[in-house]
Design a protein around this ligand. Structure first.
Ligand SMILES: [Zn+2]
Length: 351
């Protein structure tokens, strides 16, 4: 094998032959265990974010609420809050992530409604004027007062007021948070810029569906983010996230794909500048275990704009730990150069 001056030969053992050994290749895709303790801890910590957003948006909701957008915004805030945490706690199970996202979204929106309910309780008393507090007490026992023949003039006044304003009566009769939710649902939500000119008035079913949809929106946004954060190769031996090293570009795209999928490794042909049909190979190895842990391999096409490896994956697979050195040699990298950082060493084509 002839090499250019100053360029390392890949390996002395590879001289004369370009075959680097036969390895069994496994389909990428590991069984992610559901770990209740990690899920519980993450759900608890994310719930703190849920309580904070619930408090903040609860103070906003009585005045302004933008449908769809605000629930998504809550989701975005939860995503930012939990992004680093989810990697540190290593919560990788989809159902575990979904539980954490749903619990924090439900907490946040329930607290939002609860604060809105407290505002509404204050509002109804002031809306009924100076005797507001008294009127509210009458409303609680409206039926009893109605049939009572010996009412005081003050009670009679209140009954007359409620007969003229039936909506005030239903608002004043709200005694608990569940009463409030029932009132909101049965009355229907009004969408629009002002209550006088509603754009859309939802019925009871529509309102119920929308309120549940808000929780799902606030949960789905962080779920997507957390999933992408934790859907990375992971070392089950030592519990570390694997690191990625990309090599290439290599020519003979079909051959490289075939070689990697078959596991009969040989040295790939490196090119200086990536062409549209060339290919990049990335190894995901454990920074701690190195050649003691399986190597996940992803194959990437050339990004036509940057001429670098595109982020989309053409194929992915897992190699056993003993293939660690051979894989690096196939990409024309000696083991020592790989360990000291990324180095691409060009091996001249054999004559
Ligand atoms: Zn490891």
């Amino acid at each position: 094998m002839s090499t250019q001056s100053g360029i390392n030969q890949a390996s002395s053992s590879a001289s004369g032959t370009r075959d680097l050994g036969q390895f069994s290749v496994y389909a990428y895709g590991e069984k992610v265990p559901f770990e209740p303790v990690r899920v519980f801890l993450f759900t608890g910590l994310l719930s703190i974010a849920g309580l904070i957003t619930g408090l903040v948006f609860g103070l906003i909701r009585p005045f302004v609420w933008i449908v769809i957008l605000f629930p998504c915004l809550i989701g975005v805030i939860h995503s930012v809050a939990g992004r680093k945490l989810v990697r540190q706690l290593v919560v990788r199970h989809l159902a575990g992530l979904a539980i954490a996202c749903l619990v924090s979204a439900t907490l946040s929106l329930t607290l939002t409604h609860y604060i809105t309910y407290l505002f509404a309780q204050q509002q109804i008393v002031s809306d009924m004027g100076i005797s507001g507090a008294f009127y509210q007490k009458v409303a609680y026992n409206y039926e009893v007062h109605q049939v009572n023949t010996e009412k005081s003039t003050q009670v009679e006044e209140a009954i007359r007021y409620f007969d003229a304003n039936p909506d005030m009566l239903s608002r004043a009769r709200i005694q608990s948070f569940s009463d409030y939710l029932y009132y909101v649902t049965t009355n229907g939500l009004v969408f629009g810029f002002s209550s006088e000119k509603p754009l859309v008035q939802l019925g009871a079913t529509g309102t119920g569906i929308y309120l549940i949809l808000e929780i799902f929106l606030a949960a789905i946004v962080p779920l997507i983010i957390f999933r992408s954060e934790t859907n990375h190769p992971f070392c089950n031996w030592c519990g570390s996230w694997k690191t990625k090293q990309t090599f290439g570009p290599f020519t003979n795209r079909e051959e490289v794909l075939q070689v990697l999928e078959n596991g009969e490794l040989k040295i790939f042909e490196y090119v200086e500048v990536a062409g549209p049909n060339d290919i990049f190979v990335a190894f995901h190895t454990c920074p701690r275990c190195q050649n003691k842990s399986p190597v996940d391999v992803t194959i990437h096409a050339v990004d036509p704009r940057t001429k670098e490896a595109s982020s989309s994956i053409l194929s992915r697979m897992t190699y056993p730990e003993k293939a660690y050195t051979s894989l690096h040699l196939a990409c024309c990298v000696t083991q020592t150069s790989s360990e000291s950082g990324i180095q691409r060493i060009r091996v001249q084509k054999q004559n």
